[in-house]
Design a protein around this ligand. Structure first.
Ligand code: ATR
Length: 277
């Protein structure tokens, strides 16, 4: 018997069974021989403050937060990172040694880290990014693209008012175009991102005329089931470099793992295989 501390972290959402986070953190814990556990927790909105208050007393270092708590958790946090405040949502909480609850959002850097790893030649500054969708995922990606100094974001959403609201929040570098007109802007973009769930198995397909797409555009999707979405398949046929959505999920988990378990984990083919198995 040793007195070695068991490191604890987890993920909170409702429902939580679909979360891939326990698989990927579990894979890293095993790979690096860390004495720790990562536990999925199904928690209602009513119980969230109570649970977050008690987890540090039980030895938890932190938790990931997923739907439906990503926005409301900011009301409970003591310290909010600049990017979580800007995005208006958090996915990574750390129980600090001073007793404070720190909230961060790593979705956007997960998206950028994935593109940088999978497409080393990608230059966000090379030209405008065409972003499809204006929901929660879009907010994180738009914030991250702006942080990477993309010269312009051409933003489109089925419900235009939501795209206008996002522009009002983030400011000048965003040009909003109608959903029905967005295909006309494909030739301007050097980056195209689908931030909606369209194209996911069991959902509607993204009905978007890609005739204007040329090989200079890097095309990425946040959907990872299927890995090659109809959007990515069509882009590949047109000679575009494509990046699937699985890597964003993996990379967004890196900062939390490092903070809670003390080691910067690798995102590689072995991890991808483990999460897809
Ligand atoms: P998330 O947090 O995952 O981004 P969300 O906030 O519900 O989820 O946003 C979903 C995005 O998918 C929105 O951009 C939504 O467009 P609306 O604002 O018009 O609802 C988009 N979306 C969902 N279903 C769609 C569809 N059938 N056609 C076009 N866009 C759709």
């Amino acid at each position: 018997m040793t007195n070695e501390t068991v490191l604890l972290a987890g993920v909170i959402g409702q429902p939580i069974v679909q979360s891939k986070s326990p698989i990927l953190h579990g894979h890293w814990l095993k790979r690096y021989g860390i004495n720790g556990h990562y536990i999925p927790m199904d928690v209602s909105s009513v119980n969230l403050p109570h649970v977050l208050n008690n987890l540090p007393k039980m030895g938890f270092r932190g938790v990931n937060i997923t739907l439906p708590h990503k926005e409301s958790v900011l009301d409970i946090a003591d310290v909010i990172s600049d990017r979580a405040a800007l995005i208006g949502a958090a996915n990574t909480l750390t129980f600090q040694s001073d007793g404070k609850l720190h909230a961060d959002n790593t979705d956007g850097i997960g998206f950028i880290s994935n593109l940088k790893q999978e497409a080393p030649g990608w230059d966000p500054k090379a030209g405008p990014a065409l972003v499809l969708g204006a929901g929660g995922a879009s907010r994180a990606i738009v914030a991250a693209l702006l942080h990477e100094k993309v010269p312009e974001i051409i933003l489109t959403n089925r419900t235009r008012a939501r795209a206008d609201a996002l522009k009002a929040h983030f400011g000048g570098k965003i040009k909003v175009v109608d959903w029905t007109q967005a295909a006309n802007h494909l030739d301007e973009a050097t980056t195209l991102v689908n931030t909606t769930a369209l194209g996911m198995t069991g959902k509607e397909d993204l009905k978007f005329n890609l005739d204007g797409l040329t090989p200079k555009t890097l095309v990425s999707d946040i959907v990872y089931s299927p890995l090659i979405t109809p959007l990515l398949a069509s882009a590949q046929e047109r000679g575009c470099f494509t990046v699937d959505g699985l890597g964003m999920l993996l990379h967004q988990a890196v900062p939390g793992f490092e903070r809670w378990f003390g080691r910067a984990p690798e995102v590689d083919a072995e991890l991808r295989r483990a999460v897809l198995a």
